[in-house]
Unconditional design. Structure first.
Ligand code: FEO
Ligand code: CA
Ligand code: CA
Ligand code: CA
Length: 695
């Protein structure tokens, strides 16, 4: 019998501290749910029209796969199992064809509250780079007592999140290019005697410089998975809240993106709240601008009803913002500069190999609270990108490019690939369960067919400059994507976070982190894809499009994992015996290892343990055997997971961010021990015997 840690009382919707809620997402959980649309009705006509032919097509996928083809399949179990979760026999069998992973062989880390990074027996770790470490020429070493905005602009930023490692090759085969997001700042943990009501200009400018992205060359140790930052390398780069970015794609240059400072509607200063992201097959990185709303003030002063409704749908701050940036730059005041906020909430594409390139915000991918963006290619080479809008009751999207990637290395090919994300179709997902609605009672009890599963359609929102949404122009669809999706009847999900397509099977995995409001008064109740009311622990949805045609508009889906304490009957681990899995709560980021195992990091564990990183096979006999690989220090969340053959890289974000914490009263001693400032950092983990991770 598993020994569980005591449940820790927490007044927040997730397992986060109030400090994290406030600085990371602008207290999103305490505000009204921004999605008040009644879209189940408005979209029925469109969805019905699409679904007739699509559901038939999805069924065809199932049939073809059943005949042994390589297409993915999400067939429901044919034998009703009387409300007992059915083992995914067919999915497990899919592992036999060599597409599936072998499962993971390490001794799981037990749930714990140790103020350190805890790794499995036989594994070692090092801190690769920390907030404030100098990375550009001329940048000083970290000195919190003498910190300046200029120093911070040459140092690694705060609260590292998404991580990518790109090869340098040639003579530099033991070096890689590390790209990191810096999601947000927590001024209480950055500045001594910080007064949230009266931040100084210097503090605000340091915070601007601590946001954004970092590019840092890292050196591999030849005997281990240890990584060391190469400071002052010519490819090292910082992009901050004041660096130049360019808007591209169909909404760029339009009236909705023009400001008094930028009448072109194409030049933006900065990127904000970069959460997770992705790495493209053409060698660039993608970065989701997530809770951008919290940086903008005074939406309550906007009197035009249409403009006010748009601001409300994005949860914009009605009065002063938390960090008071509007006092130092009027672009953060929507009452004075109404379109500046329209220039945030995009997916950013960066070419980390070119230190002089201007990163681009891709309007064709829509504007919402972008968690991440991980591409895959269609058979004919067009990128498909799956994207979650991380808000309770918001939506799951995909973008399909109309252009094919070029595989050559010439300058012309590279230039071409940098236009792939500017042309295509943006879709939003509508999911339909296959069990009778009265069998989905909100408790997580399984329906009589033994699966939370069904089919779905991708509803097109816009293609280039053509809108598919009645009453909205294409430009409006891209800039106010949430409202466009409301109108076509998209499915309200439990906070869609990171999404990852399996490079082996083509199946797509969507982390739905939690939704404490599901089924509460005035809010939508459970449905088959979001089957638990007051959902504390979240779930992972598995989706299959035709393997040959991820550009299609139909899919099949089922829940791969219903998270929580395995002793809770409402949990599900793809049918794997529940006495042999690790407890998991609040899945957030997802990544695949080279063998096809899915790795999941968590944010806001509700089971009394610190957050962690988990690995699980998605096919083969070990499908569903979830194992905890590491845990992070007090107050931290695990993000940015990246799994190479011999190395696991994670972001330890917001260590010590516990209610009441400050520089004077630290709540964690990580990473440098007592008396030293708590610092977010990147950690590399490897096997002491230098063999491959988990195999
Ligand atoms: Fe920044 Fe959705 O987590
Ligand atoms: Ca079902
Ligand atoms: Ca996240
Ligand atoms: Ca990911």
């Amino acid at each position: 019998m598993r020994k569980l840690l005591p449940l820790i009382g927490n007044r927040h919707g997730g397992g986060r501290s109030a400090l994290t809620c406030r600085y990371r997402c602008g207290d999103a959980c305490f505000h009204e749910v921004p999605n008040t649309s009644d879209n189940e009705y408005a979209g029925d006509v469109i969805a019905r029209t699409l679904s007739r032919r699509n559901v038939m097509r999805a069924a065809a996928v199932v049939t073809v796969a059943g005949a042994g083809a390589t297409s993915v399949v999400l067939a429901g179990n044919s034998t009703p199992a009387n409300a007992t979760p059915a083992p995914d026999a067919q999915a497990a069998a899919a592992g036999a064809d060599g597409l599936g992973a072998r499962g993971l062989r390490f001794k799981p880390v037990a749930p714990n509250t140790a103020d350190q990074v805890t790794v499995p027996e036989g594994y070692a770790q090092n801190v690769v780079i920390k907030w404030g470490d100098p990375i550009l020429k001329g940048a000083p070493g970290f000195n919190p007592d003498k910190q300046t905005a200029a120093a911070q602009a040459g140092q690694f930023g705060y609260n590292n999140d998404f991580l990518s490692l790109l090869p340098l090759g040639g003579d530099y085969e033991r070096q890689q290019l590390l790209v990191a997001n810096h999601e947000y700042t927590d001024e209480n943990l950055m500045f001594k005697a910080y007064d949230p009501a009266n931040p100084t200009r210097e503090q605000v400018e340091i915070a601007w410089a601590a946001h954004g992205l970092s590019v840092v060359v890292v050196q591999e140790d030849h005997r281990s998975g240890k990584l060391t930052a190469v400071t002052r390398h010519q490819l090292n780069r910082r992009l901050t809240a004041t660096s130049e970015f360019r808007m591209t794609g169909p909404a760029a240059g339009g009236n909705l993106l023009k400001t008094s400072v930028d009448p072109s509607g194409t030049k933006v200063l900065g990127t904000l709240n970069n959460c997770a992201g992705g790495t493209t097959p053409w060698g660039t990185t993608l970065h989701g601008e997530e809770n951008f709303n919290q940086y903008f003030a005074n939406a309550g002063k906007v009197t035009d009803p249409a403009a006010a409704a748009r601001l409300k749908r994005y949860g914009m701050t009605t009065g002063e913002s938390e960090r008071k940036w509007e006092r130092f730059d009027k672009r953060f005041d929507v009452a004075q500069e109404p379109n500046e906020a329209n220039r945030f909430g995009w997916v950013v594409e960066l070419d980390p190999y070119d230190p002089n390139s201007v990163p681009r915000k891709r309007t064709a991918l829509g504007r919402f609270k972008h968690e991440a963006a991980q591409p895959r290619l269609t058979e004919d080479g067009r990128p498909v990108i799956y994207m979650g809008d991380d808000e309770r009751f918001d939506y799951f999207y995909k973008f399909v490019s109309s252009k094919r990637m070029k595989k050559g290395k010439s300058r012309a090919d590279k230039e071409h690939n940098l236009t792939l994300l500017d042309e295509g179709t943006l879709y939003v997902a509508k999911l339909t369960g296959d069990s009778p609605a009265d069998q989905i009672d909100g408790s997580g009890k399984y329906p009589s067919d033994g699966q939370f599963d069904g089919t779905g359609v991708w509803i097109p929102l816009a293609t280039g400059t053509t809108s598919h949404v009645p009453g909205m122009t294409a430009e409006e669809v891209y800039v106010f994507t949430r409202q466009a999706a409301d109108k076509v009847g998209a499915t309200k999900m439990d906070r869609p976070e990171d999404v990852e397509p399996s490079p082996r099977t083509g199946r797509v995995y969507v982390a739905l982190t939690n939704n404490s409001k599901r089924g509460t008064a005035g809010q939508p109740g459970a449905d088959e894809a979001n089957p638990r009311n007051a959902n504390k622990h979240g779930q992972i949805l598995e989706l299959a499009e035709s393997f040959d045609d991820p550009a299609g508009d139909a899919f099949a889906w089922r829940l791969f994992l219903v998270a929580g304490d395995p002793n809770d009957p409402a949990t599900y681990f793809a049918g794997f015996p529940k006495d042999k899995v690790s407890p998991i709560s609040c899945p957030d980021n997802v990544a695949f290892d080279p063998h096809g195992n899915l790795w999941i990091s968590t944010d806001g564990n509700q089971l009394g343990s610190h957050d962690g990183l988990f690995g699980v096979a998605t096919a083969g006999p070990q499908r569903g055997e979830l194992k905890q690989f590491l845990t992070v220090p007090r107050g931290a969340e695990t993000c940015g997971p990246l799994i190479q053959d011999k190395r696991v890289l994670v972001s330890v974000q917001h260590p010590g961010e516990i209610d009441g914490a400050s520089v004077e009263k630290p709540q964690s001693v990580w990473p440098d021990g007592p008396g030293k400032m708590v610092r977010p950092a990147v950690v590399s983990v490897w096997r002491k015997d230098n063999r491959n991770i988990g195999v």
